[in-house]
Design a protein around this ligand. Sequence first.
Ligand code: LER
Ligand code: MN
Length: 271
Amino acid sequence: MMKTAVTLCRVPEMAAGPFVFHDELPVAFAKAAACGFDAVELFFAGPDEVPVETIRELCQGHALGVAAIGSGAGMAKHGLSLTDPSQEKRAQALDFILGMVDYGGKLGAPVILGSMQGKWGGEVSRAQGLGFLAAALKHINEAAAKAGVPFLYEPLNRYETNLFNRLAPAAVFLEQHDLQNILLLADLFHMNIEEPDLAAALIEAGPRVGHVHWADSNRLAMGSGHTDSEAVIAALRGISYQRYVSAEIFTNGDPEAAARQTRESTRKFGI
Ligand code: LER
Ligand code: MN
């Protein structure tokens, strides 16, 4: 059975990003629960920002799980990426991610690598960039396995990275480097730009799909654009996907309406 989640961001530098709730935690958890989500996806400034115990209590109080934890603040707030030309910066980026993986492990939640993957260019050749990424993911793969959670690598559209824009080449890369504990985050917004066929891409990636960002083609709540959500759900069912579909979307100034629309968009498929 697939589960539903909604994003909750507490990073001021990411306030304009595609996240549904930005309220303080007790308010945001209450709103997520009231809308009927199974879980929240959390964006914090870093691993020391909110005590694990605080999150556990909020989860228990509202019968919510933690679907995933974003690492975007490492880039947005601290300017860190795993493919930075500077060895020191790359090491800091890796430390940041490992701290997040440790934090996520305590909550049973996978951490996402999105913008912190960076990009190649300038001093860094494509081969070097991919080498930096593989080296970092090797450490992360082991740390996440020890923490008892998978880790999520997210292909992004061409305007955000030049490392991997599509699921299939990313899956090949993970396989080549024997990164068995790293799954793919299929963000339907990025996929709408890059994949010829969303359903076919999901089916090809199969068991590597570990998380879905449930956004319409225009990155608004599902139902606002032209993505064929029925075909996406059929593909996810076809690969026996049992993890989260999570709303990482813009809300046009009305988070609660976007959350409700999102919730209805899967309920109609019995999810
Ligand atoms: C993160 O999940 C994402 O989709 C990126 O667009 C953020 O930079
Ligand atoms: Mn995303």
